[in-house]
Ligand binder design. Structure first.
Ligand code: FES
Length: 591
């Protein structure tokens, strides 16, 4: 067989001729490439097809991706049916509970890995298989920078099971039962029994945590096929959707470049607004705001926090899933999945946005089956919560903003004034939170410093500070808690997060002292330190420069991370990955 491929011109190479390794002789590079790949048993006719990359994020450390081998097989089947050549390649896989110091510390590394592997290898389109919280955002950040045609498919949520008749799901109920254990309401034997039940199948957390939120937002934004967000990980339908995704990837690869459905074409200001409307309407994870801010920034769209807050004032929470509601992702799937939610949100959405299927969002909503007798999706006139799930706060404690999931907070604490009980770091928190001599009362405000993007580093999900044991044992279930950390999307409580600038950057959070009074007023969108301005200025002036306080090492990934990671309000990406155009980008829209 000749080495040249008639389907490819040298001006616009595709398939196996794409991105030839530089030996100085392109034909020799192709000769070498073919020689090596034939070691895997490929024929010339297989190599003449459009090449569809499939990211393999399987890892023994990632049970949320436990179905990935079967999904890959299904996607390959679809690619082959449509005349493409599937090529599976590995990337980093990041699981929430197997990432030290925290998965967020590794998200940008996964984005870089995915991006550069898509650039380096000859792919005409790529199927992104991800699921656990940071993985889909990382993949889409990378894809946004490369701007090749990609199609995302999540691994899907776990199924639930019950313990003593109580339905359980990771990980809202992990926290609920752990709180009971700390309060001595249940003993070691019982908490061990619960531990066996919380994650009964492979797949992502089955509440409306970060993984489910991201899957819903990606479907709303048009980067995955309809139905892919909610079908449980172990159901046959998920593998049929993977097969369909494989077929569609080949069609994407065959489109002329001027019509290519790349992330830059699909993820517009309008489609990103649709995704953020969904974030409000599903009572989704606060983390998703950071991730979509990072994805949007790579495409030159700035998600302005105040615009996001205004958007939420018109969007009711319609989905009765934990932690804002009562149910689980399998119930959302039974109700018709995300498309049924979008049908209720129709007046609030930009329906003309093109999706990866080639149809508009409006067309997809119209084509989706209608489910009667729904259990968890409310109509707009009878919402779970009258306005969007997240609110953005500002004030002298958070000049660039902070976030609260008020749909999962205690209503009585949404307007609260209390005495600060300050922990200066995660280590300090671990050391003192449960001490009998800790001076703390139920109406105090727990404050955690130095848990932000640079300070921790990696902005861990430590914002859900535990209720001090002595208060938990006295029956206290919630307190106002504030920090520059993140919180798991599965958590609940009156918790103010993402305070920006973070304390390690000498934001005002750094100068809060135990005994100061803090005022939270979610209706007014305020978070204030009630200390006079002169005293605040004096305390800020006393702080050492951030570079001194951070103790950044001379070498290694940690140095790259701590010297370049941005603040939460702009997405916690590496500063060198964000195009300068984003600074003057259009802001988030809203209907
Ligand atoms: Fe992976 Fe929750 S731990 S989705």
């Amino acid at each position: 067989m000749p080495l040249s491929n008639s389907a490819n011109s040298n001006d616009n190479p595709s398939g196996i001729r794409k991105g030839l390794t530089r030996y100085g002789d392109a034909e020799f590079s192709l000769f070498m490439r073919k020689a090596f790949i034939k070691a895997m048993g490929f024929s010339d006719s297989a190599l003449d097809r459009p090449i569809i990359g499939i990211t393999n994020t399987y890892s023994d450390f990632n049970p949320c991706h436990g179905n990935v081998p079967q999904m890959i097989e299904a996607a390959k089947r679809g690619v082959m049916q449509a005349g493409g050549m599937p090529m599976v390649f590995p990337t980093i896989s990041v699981h929430e509970s197997f990432a030290f110091p925290t998965s967020m510390y590794l998200r940008n590394l996964m984005a870089l890995d995915t991006e550069e592997m898509m650039r380096a290898q000859p792919v005409d389109a790529v199927i992104l298989i991800g699921g656990c919280d940071k993985t889909i955002p990382a993949q889409l950040m990378g894809a946004a920078s490369v701007d090749v045609p990609v199609i995302s498919i999540p691994t899907g949520p776990m199924l639930t099971t019950t313990y003593q008749g109580d339905r359980l799901g990771a990980c809202t109920d992990c926290r609920r039962y752990w709180a009971k254990f700390r309060a001595k309401e249940i003993d070691q034997t019982e908490i061990d029994a619960v531990n066996e039940k919380l994650a009964p199948t492979t797949g992502t957390c089955m509440v409306m945590g970060t993984a489910s939120t991201i899957a819903c937002m990606v479907e709303a934004a048009g980067m995955s096929l309809p139905g892919t967000a909610a079908v449980p990980a172990v159901m046959a339908e998920r593998f049929r959707l993977a097969e369909l995704t494989g077929r569609r990837a080949v069609e994407l690869a065959k489109m002329p470049s001027e019509q290519a459905l790349t992330p830059g074409r699909i993820l517009t200001l309008e489609s990103l607004t649709n995704a953020l409307t969904v974030l409000h309407a599903i009572g989704g994870s606060t983390n998703a705001l950071i991730h979509f801010t990072a994805i949007a920034a790579r495409l030159g769209v700035k998600i302005d926090l105040e615009a996001f807050d205004r958007l939420g004032r018109n969007v009711p929470v319609l989905v009765d899933l934990k932690p804002s509601g009562m149910h689980y992702m399998e119930h959302l799937n039974e109700d018709g999945g995300l498309m049924a939610v979008l049908r209720e949100l129709r007046p609030l959405l930009y329906l003309d946005c093109i999706t990866v299927s080639g149809r508009t969002l409006g067309e997809e909503i119209d084509a989706a089956p209608v489910t009667r007798n729904r259990k968890v999706i409310r109509i707009a006139q009878e919402p779970i919560f009258p306005v969007g799930g997240l609110a953005v706060l500002k004030g002298n404690l958070a000049p660039r903003g902070a976030v609260i999931k008020h749909s999962a907070a205690s209503p009585a604490l949404l307007k609260h004034r209390g005495r600060a009980v300050v922990f200066s770091s995660l280590e300090d928190l671990a050391l003192r939170i449960d001490r009998d001599d800790l001076d703390v009362k139920a109406d105090d405000v727990l404050v955690l410093q130095n848990a932000g993007p640079k300070g921790a580093p990696g902005m861990p999900e430590a914002g859900y500070l535990p209720i001090p044991k002595k208060l938990a044992q006295a029956g206290v279930k919630d307190m106002v808690r504030i920090s520059d950390a993140r919180m798991s999307g599965t958590a609940f409580g009156t918790i103010v997060l993402h305070i920006t600038p973070e304390s390690a950057e000498n934001g005002p959070l750094a100068i809060v002292r135990s005994g100061d009074i803090i005022e939270l007023d979610v209706d007014a969108r305020r978070i204030e330190l009630l200390v006079d301005d002169a005293e605040i200025a004096r305390r800020l002036a006393e702080l050492a420069p951030p570079a001194v306080r951070l103790n950044i090492p001379d070498t290694g990934y940690r140095r790259l991370y701590q010297t370049t990671v941005t603040q939460a309000d702009v997405g916690c990406d590496f500063d060198f990955m964000v195009p300068a155009a984003t600074r003057s980008a259009p802001l988030l829209k809203g209907k």
